[in-house]
Design a protein around this ligand. Sequence first.
Ligand code: PAF
Length: 295
Amino acid sequence: MNIVVLGPGAIGSLWAYSLHQAGHTVALYSKQEHDKLPLQLDGNTPITLANNQPVSLQNADVLLVTVKAPQVIPALEVLRSDLHPDCIVVLMHNGMGTAEIVASRLPNNPLVLATTTHGALRQSRHQVLHTGQGSTQLGGYNSKGNQCDFLQQVFAHALPDVYWNENILDALWLKLAINCAINPLTAIHQVKNGQLADEAFKPTLHQLLDEVHQVMTCEGLTLSRNELNTHVYNVIQATAENRSSMHQDICHHRLSEIDFITGYLIQKAHDHQLDVPSNEALYQQIKRIEKSWTS
Ligand code: PAF
């Protein structure tokens, strides 16, 4: 297949390299201005991929969007005129809220959502390390996207394990809940994920998850409060040595994904007339930190 990866950061580069090795024609769209970019995964042979070539987009069967949530809409806006209406658009990022907008701006394209637990680290512009074996879930967002379950095999062949999830929004909500619990707290306190297992964070995590669970229940999810707790503490343990993406963004004075994580939760809470004061407080704290760089 002809596959374009939009946003070859750590996860995008991991997929670009793996899909290329699986025999697909892979091209990149990135902030870098060169026509071609070298890419190396771990100690494997480096490859060279086309970059920012409108012809790659015009011929693309799949556009895998791996930019962070705040960049999804602006990046797609620039490319939209070159995108074939049959091209399958796959969104793979932390947070929620972009799919609604993409579906309205690209009404004819099949839209598929993805979430992955693979770990990847960009060592340099052209080198990426696969730091943690994980799994990926894909699922349709619109009716054309629902017919794209064959993508499970395409993606699994490149980087297993991959599952087709008929209820992908449930998987995205669970990931959102995990991100609401881990990301703002680790960013504000500048701690690794594992430190959230300390007794001192227990009451705050408890309140955050009570609120998140109420919103999830109103959204129709059937996960119990205990199951949610188990999922969150499992991720805290499994990623104990990691700095969360928001922690890294805040350290590097980059705008975080807070609007698409806690911000999305707050918006949904308001839709259901629910109060989420603990999440609201963390949202405001992250916003204050971000504002302090520009004032
Ligand atoms: O955003 C992140 O960093 C990750 O989604 C997670 C699961 C919190 C692990 O660090």
